[in-house]
Ligand binder design. Sequence first.
Ligand code: WT7
Length: 651
Amino acid sequence: MSNNIESILTESRVFEPSEMIKSQAGINKEILDAMYEKADKDHIGFWADLAREKLSWSKPFTQALDDSKAPLYRWFSDGELNVSYNCIDRHLENKSDKLAIIFEGDQGDVHHYTYQELHDEVARFANALTAQGITKGDRVIIYMPMIPQAVFAMQACARIGAIHSIVFGGFSAEALRDRVENAGAKMVITTDGGLRGGKSVPLKASVDEALEKGCDTVKNVIVYQRTKQDVNMKEGRDIWWHEAEAGMSNYHDPVMVNADHPLFLLYTSGSTGTPKGIQHGSGGYLLNAMLTNEWMFDLKDSDVFWCTADVGWITGHSYVAYGPLAMGQTILMFEGVPTYPDAGRFWQICQDHGVTVFYTAPTAIRALMKFGKEVPEKYDLSKLRILGTVGEPINPEAWMWYHDVIGRGECPIIDTWWQTETGAHMIAPFPGVTPLKPGSCTRPLPGIDAVVVDEEGNEIGNNSGGYLVVRKPWPSMLQTVWGDDQRYIDTYYAKFNNKYYVVGDSAHKDEDGYIWILGRIDDVLNVSGHRLGTMEIESALVAHPKVAEAAVVGKPHDVKGESVFAFVVLNQDLPEGAERDAMVTELRNWVAKEIGPIAKPDDIRFGTNLPKTRSGKIMRRLLRTLAKGEEITQDTSTLEDPGILKQFQQK
Ligand code: WT7
């Protein structure tokens, strides 16, 4: 999507905020300018004042930033609070009857929860967790579909100080096992199954498979009954959610924790084969999650906010389970997929539940665009006032469609750049203030010192490109990689002498200082807004008994952004004809089993060796050219065996 940045920049248009959004937005230019000024003058004081103002503390902090172990920064450490109290209890006085969650299931079933009902659900489940022996600091894996109970489980963990780690329901049993083991989890919370697009996903069966080997730390599995499909319940280990909750009180006194107590781990891919557990704290994380819901989405009491992300990703943490609830707003949760029963599902939901602020990924927009504007035109989308996007650079064509067809040309497109590691938005426009350029995430937020630097770490001028870095710590930054401080430092800080957080994206700064994300600088792919490490997929492939070597690259894809393209060397002769097709299917299914269906290669090519230089380095640039099916213009004279290129060109 990002290859044609030159032409995007020359054609780029500027969209000023519409009168509609200017008249509604809570933050105008004056307020925003004052925020920038304050943050520039007193970076730490800026965040400290917001933390005091926005969060409810049981004990105030005395020091905002502890940098004594930099780059292992800690925010508001000696202050005490409870995240669940901040998301729920503090709204009960004025908003107990306000809707917290509107849920629509895959099959169209609808359920509403007020803040009081949310409180009662979370308190009961917190009591159930405590009764099962879960206490502060224990790790709990949540492997559930997109249903309110997933949020109840997250909030209940937060309430007792347990550290949750959600594993996306699309990950395989193998991937789940790795994460259970790395986290040393004491419990897994799951459902019998999940429903997506009319099909049921056997989650409990995957948990059983994952726990078959190793995972000795897991004492119990709590199973919420969602599909009523048959499952095995292991005596002494597995408990039904409703039985665990039976007789539990709706009252639970939240456990106050230090602001730097870990709230959750979320595993994400990097440039090595093993995913890393990104560790987030409590107070700092919640502050930015909450603030960016206010800043970017201008959430008000009358809004119905729908972020389509699954709770298995960071977006589902900050913009479903925590941020909007901390603001006391109404969120919508949807269990299913955008194209079931047809491609009007998203728009039907927006219409039926009066969604006002909608946040999704470019891949979803591109997929729905293909069905034509006739589909959304069947629905009343007039309540929409802000549209957000996240996950990858949005191509101007999708931006325009989103803006004109879904947003009637009136709703600002809030392109939010951030990462699992950053916890919350970092670079994004303010809806009523920032002029927009399709494809640019615009400017860093106040208090976020994100800049583009050259190889030496010096900030570059306009009209040039380089590495995106963040020079000063910010409250919702990752605390570390779970159990591996060294990996945290090496991955994110080493490049510029431990001074700057290195994002891993390259970026261009245009003539107005607007930032355009170009893509990853490491071996990470972005497939439908999901992050996948090429090494991770390569490790999965070589774990297959018939595979000797594998190299994976990304290939530009018009809906997914990027697709997985694998070059494989087998331990046997080159397969031909039907045998080749069977091998392709076998390896695709193998990757789905090892990691999950999202990592399945779209293309697999076979050769007798990978293209390597004489020193043995895999020529990845060449592989990317091959994947695109383009003419090879690179110098191949250093190739050990040029004949293999022909093999890899064969479909
Ligand atoms: C990577 C982070 C943040 C939640 C979803 C993905 C890419 C993310 C944008 C955007 C251009 C973006 C970056 C980033 N990315 N948002 N608005 N414009 N690129 O979280 O899995 O941690 O991936 O996604 O490459 O580094 P993640």
